[in-house]
Design a protein around this ligand. Structure first.
Ligand SMILES: Cc1cc2nc3c(=O)[nH]c(=O)nc-3n(C[C@H](O)[C@H](O)[C@H](O)COP(=O)(O)O)c2cc1C
Length: 376
């Protein structure tokens, strides 16, 4: 029987499924529920020293459904970090660690551009017993107006400076949570690792406007008639998250092989998780999936990841972690490989209905031609 047990930065997890920072880790009650159901670790909702500055609005979510179906494929939120007092959180950290001493609790933290504030939040969280810290450099809405969140994550120098402050004060492992709202995520990853972070978490949400209501002509989510760009998550973001997982895995393997990677974005099934692991993630975090399906989702996640491993004869996660990275190459290399393969497959190619060059696209057969060129 394969095992899902894994060790990440010295922390032992029963499985790689981690609650991502957000509503599913928003207070001691729900964190306890996550551990009871079997989640491998929990990252709490992002906290700060002064929750009184955090004022949320309603509604704060908007959902995109697949055409002709009720299935939610995209989810926008304009939720801020936790609005619960820091002292309450510290007490809950102590209580949770007393109740679940063997389970891994990660504090997601965010502060303004102040060395004293970052040192204080790091020291007080670790004194309360958390096992690791995740620095939120990535929340794309609301907080950047205070130069927090992705305002730091989009600027590698600023990120490095703040991550150095946090690492100098930290005695537990530190992960930097990165924003996808940049052109080259590796630049932020490299800055975080150089600043001493033991791991990277990616991705946070993508800045979006979910849609415009064609009756009211107002964008959603509509708060008193107005909106503000928010963070996009759920199934629709998984391909972007996989690409960034690949890029960050390669960075880690080339430059900081001891560092770990927490893959995040759209995970709802064990098959989704297997893809993040195949591209080099050490753990897989889930937020919106829990909001859609509840904490018991972890049962399906573990069962179907185990079934995948059994099908391939993998005993441990390390048997396949990063396996698929070798198959990602440049376009020029694809051209070379296809030219070589075509020598032996000429007849097959001619029968397939695939266009051979752009002169063959035709207006009448356009959809069929697109279809013949596609996978899935
Ligand atoms: C409602 C909501 C609130 C979130 N709050 C936080 C947060 O406080 N801190 C954080 O680092 N990420 C936060 N996130 C981002 C998630 O942790 C995660 O990075 C992102 O949603 C992509 O994963 P998913 O598709 O599994 O949700 C939030 C996401 C959602 C949907």
């Amino acid at each position: 029987m394969p095992t899902l047990e894994t060790t990440v930065n010295g922390l032992r997890l029963p499985n790689p499924f981690v609650i991502a920072s957000g509503p599913p880790g928003t207070n001691g009650n729900v964190i306890g529920k996550a551990f009871d159901e079997g989640w491998g670790a929990v990252v709490c909702k992002t906290i700060s020293l002064h929750a009184d500055k955090v004022v949320n609005v309603q509604p704060r979510y908007a959902r995109l459904r697949a055409r002709g179906s009720d299935e939610v494929i995209g989810w926008e939120n304009i939720e801020l970090i936790s609005d619960r007092p820091f002292a309450t959180w510290l007490q809950e950290f102590r209580d949770i660690k007393a109740r679940y001493p063997d389970r891994v609790l990660v504090a997601s933290i965010m502060e303004e551009y102040s060395r004293a504030a970052w040192v204080e939040i790091v020291e007080r969280c670790q004194t309360a017993g958390v096992d690791a810290l995740e620095l939120n450099f990535s929340c794309p809405h609301g907080l950047p107006e205070r130069r927090m969140g992705s305002a730091m994550g989009e600027n590698p120098e600023l990120l490095a400076e703040v991550a150095e402050w946090a690492n100098a004060a930290a005695s537990v492992p530190v992960w930097a949570k990165l924003t996808p709202n940049v052109t080259h995520v590796e630049e932020a990853g490299r800055a975080a690792l150089a600043a001493g972070c033991e791991g990277l978490s990616a991705i946070n949400t993508l800045r979006c406007i979910l849609g415009v209501d064609l009756e009211t002509l107002r964008p959603e989510p509509n708060v008193e008639g107005y909106t503000t760009p928010g963070g996009y998550s759920s199934r629709a973001v998984m391909p972007i998250a996989l690409r960034m997982t690949m890029e960050l895995s390669r960075l880690i393997r080339a430059e900081s092989p001891q560092a770990t990677l927490q893959g995040i974005g759209g995970v709802e099934t064990g098959s989704d998780a297997a893809q993040f692991l195949l591209l080099g993630a050490d753990t897989v975090q889930v937020c919106t999936g829990v909001m859609k399906f509840g904490y018991r989702l972890v049962h399906e996640l573990t069962a179907s990841l185990l079934a995948f491993m059994q099908r391939h004869g993998f005993e441990r996660l390390d048997d396949f972690r990063g396996h698929s990275l070798q198959y990602v190459t440049t376009h020029a290399d694809l051209v070379r490989r296809q030219a070589a393969a075509r020598q032996t497959r000429r007849h097959e190619q001619e029968q397939s209905g695939m266009i051979r060059d752009d002169a063959h696209w035709s207006g009448d057969a356009f959809v069929d031609q697109s279809d013949a060129l596609a996978r899935g």
